[in-house]
Design a protein around this ligand. Structure first.
Ligand code: A2P
Length: 311
């Protein structure tokens, strides 16, 4: 059995999941099928990735093989910014469910604290969107609800208005952006942190307009040294680091060998020694790869990335 974390909803989340952001059409289905056959039990999806239909085909095919049962796989999707209007939430969720060919989602996340409507306030208010997401739980469409890309401040404001508490905050986390303050803030409140871009998202530069020469944890000397000490790859060290700090982690790959290798961090009983973790926890480079600058608007609600992240 794989390591899992218990969520506030009472359900459990497998710690290693397959990421599907940037997985191209024509490739993502094979990646999902390979992952499930290799033992992955957690697939992270989103409507905005524009590939849920192909993910759903692959999931259905593997379920039909009898390799795994639906209730053994943890499937996440996310509500996109343009569907925050409470009147749109259920239809958006149902569209993802239909594309993914599932009768329920394990986890549905508000993808960003952003609606795309310029102005001084977030409109519609995040709490109103959340109330509509709570109804998805009431209706049995979704088992657990949560958020993504929320600061502690935004999460706290939402929690104060929530009937069903957000159980997960999915944010960027890796040794070059440890996000430790947010992780410990969430941990103290029972909110599970999921780490996206755990390898530093080397393939997202072109997609989101980040400079291609930003330092990458996959190429870090200390990560390489720890990997050599353990006889593992740098990617495996980064994924193992995430698991050992109690986060779930979503390495994306469409390559069969790398998909398998990324899950092998759970095999063989190996781990990072405390001293190795301490070296990774001391790496001086700290910067987001996904900085959210694409949501900054002079008209508000976020006039700077500092306002988006409350830093
Ligand atoms: P590919 O899909 O060709 O394997 P992140 O999960 O941080 O967003 O990073 C995903 C990127 O890392 C993709 O470019 C992916 O390429 C690459 N990648 C995934 N697994 C590994 C690995 N084990 N070693 C090196 N690169 C990897």
């Amino acid at each position: 059995p794989q390591p899992t974390a218990k969520l506030l909803s009472g359900y459990t989340i497998p710690l290693v999941g397959l990421g599907t952001w940037k997985s191209a059409k024509g490739e993502v289905g094979a990646a999902v099928a390979t992952a499930l056959r290799a033992g992955y039990r957690h697939i992270d999806c989103a409507r905005i990735y524009q590939n849920e239909h192909e993910v759903g085909e692959a999931l259905a095919a593997v379920l039909a093989e009898g390799v795994v049962k639906r209730e053994e796989v943890f499937i996440t999707s996310k509500l996109w910014n343009t569907d925050h209007d409470p009147a749109r939430v259920e239809a958006a969720c149902r569209k993802s469910m239909e594309d993914l060919r599932v009768s329920y989602l394990d986890l549905y996340l508000m993808h960003w604290p952003v609606t795309g409507t310029p102005g001084p306030e977030v409109q519609p208010p995040l709490a109103d969107t959340w109330a509509a997401m709570e109804q998805l739980v009431d209706k049995g469409l979704v088992r657990t609800i949560g958020v993504s890309n929320f600061s502690a401040k935004k999460l706290e404001a939402l929690m104060a208005r929530a009937r069903i508490q957000p159980a997960v905050n999915q944010v960027e986390a890796h040794p070059y952006w440890r996000n430790e303050e947010l992780r410990s803030w969430c941990a103290a409140r029972g909110v599970h942190l999921t780490a996206y871009s755990p390898l530093g998202s080397p393939d997202s530069a072109a997609v989101i307009g980040r400079a291609a020469d930003v330092p990458s944890p996959l190429k870090d000397e200390t990560v390489a040294a720890v990997a050599a000490e353990l006889g593992k790859s740098p990617a495996q060290v980064l994924i193992r680091w995430a698991v050992q700090r109690g986060t779930s982690v979503l390495p994306k790959s469409v390559n069969p060998q790398r998909i398998a290798a990324n899950l092998e961090v759970l095999v063989g009983g190996w781990q990072l020694a405390p001293e190795q973790v301490a070296r990774l926890d001391a790496l001086p480079v700290q910067r987001r790869m996904v900085d959210g600058s694409f949501w900054v608007d002079a008209r508000g609600p976020y006039r700077s990335t500092a306002e988006l992240w409350d830093e």
